[in-house]
Design a protein around this ligand. Structure first.
Ligand code: KG4
Ligand code: ZN
Length: 340
């Protein structure tokens, strides 16, 4: 089954072709980061307009690269939510219209399901069940995953998401948007022991997180110290945030008895998190699976893959006749998805 995946939930336009027999055939991405950087964050209206400009050229690109044609397609998967309403509508409208013209099914994919299954786009994917740590710009969740669509929420952030904490801290340190990669680069040259920042909810006994207090602690520190020690502050922040993520993830594995874990979402690209988590998990006989580095952040491949799983299953609800409604779900709880 050949599936076209379309991602347009935020500031990246991603298109990919996934073949359930041959794997990922082509993957193209356009990042709007440079455009939004000028404003210090994503401007939704500009994001939507840019998705309109990029979507068809990227689609032509993946067909050209893979040597396939529109006639080879069996289905189209698009990000239906959560995300920016206008941005989502661009992908949904394009996917539904194309599917209708080809008389093939289109399926709306949950963006976080895409992230969570992205480590499965691999020659050696993890088997179910596993614990998933989802750490993106908008979400921080620990889930027990026992199959596609079988997600039990173990815990989540009560305020800022992990990526948001990286971004806001980076802003306090005078770094650009998105701040995560810049902060982690700066932290590499810093001394993480010069300052001691709080580890919020480390011992709360549950799997919830809170990152807004950590960000406030950085603000207080920056006011006191100025930016002379920005690299040391970045390192102290990264160590504190990562320690909480690693401890809670391992506790979730212990409680659920899982011996496999996946990490997904933008913060999963953080090398300190990867090193700490893999090191600590190894000691406990737990294997950690990560997506390819480029699939940590938003991309079309994860949407094509998740869509292929849903289209292949009888319970996907994909109608024989293409559906013309292209409603999107800017807010959509992952735990409400149907199992495949
Ligand atoms: O998953 P993603 O692309 O978008 C959402 O769906 O939210 O994640 C983007 C987030 C941003 O907050 C970004 O700063 C963070 O992931 N991020 C990182 C790194 N790379 C991206 N955070 C820490 N270290 C990184 N290397
Ligand atoms: Zn994302």
């Amino acid at each position: 089954m050949l599936v076209l995946g379309v991602e347009s939930s935020c500031d990246e336009t991603g298109v990919a072709l996934y073949d359930s027999a041959q794997g990922l055939l082509a993957d193209a991405l356009y990042s709007q980061i440079a455009m939004h950087n000028e404003y210090g964050g994503v401007v939704p209206e500009l994001a939507s307009r840019d998705h309109i400009r990029r979507l068809l050229p990227l689609t032509r690109q993946v067909f050209a690269e893979s040597g396939r044609t529109l006639a080879d397609l069996d289905g189209i998967a698009f990000t239906q939510g959560p995300g920016l309403a206008g941005a989502l509508l661009v992908g949904a409208g394009m996917a539904r219209a194309l599917a209708y013209s080809l008389n093939i099914p289109a399926v709306g994919v949950h963006h976080l399901e895409g992230h969570m299954l992205s480590p499965l786009i691999s020659d050696t994917p993890p088997e179910f069940p596993f614990v998933a740590l989802l750490v993106s710009g908008g979400h921080t969740q620990l889930m027990l995953v026992s199959g596609v669509g079988r997600y039990d929420l173990l815990g989540e952030t009560l305020d800022d998401a992990a990526g948001e904490a990286f971004d806001k801290t980076a802003q306090l340190l005078g770094l650009g948007y998105p701040g995560g990669p810049a902060l982690s680069k700066l932290a590499a040259s810093g001394d993480a022991t010069r300052f001691n920042l709080p580890r919020p909810m480390l011992n709360s006994g549950d799997f919830d997180f809170s990152f807004s207090g950590l960000k406030t602690a950085v603000l207080t520190l920056v006011r006191k110290e100025g930016l002379d020690h920005a690299a040391d502050i970045a390192a102290a922040f990264q160590v504190a945030a990562v320690e909480v993520l690693v401890c809670k993830s391992l506790a979730a594995c212990k409680q659920s008895g899982a011996t496999r874990m996946v990490v997904a979402g933008g913060v999963g690209a953080n090398t300190h998190l990867r090193a700490q988590l893999t090191g600590e998990a190894d000691k406990r006989g737990i294997t950690v699976f990560y997506p390819r580095m480029e699939f940590c952040t938003d991309n079309g491949a994860m949407i094509a893959y998740a869509g292929a799983q849903r289209l292949a299953s009888k319970s996907s609800g994909a109608p024989a006749q293409p559906d013309l409604s292209f409603a999107v779900k800017p807010r959509w709880a992952l735990a409400t998805l149907e199992a495949v």
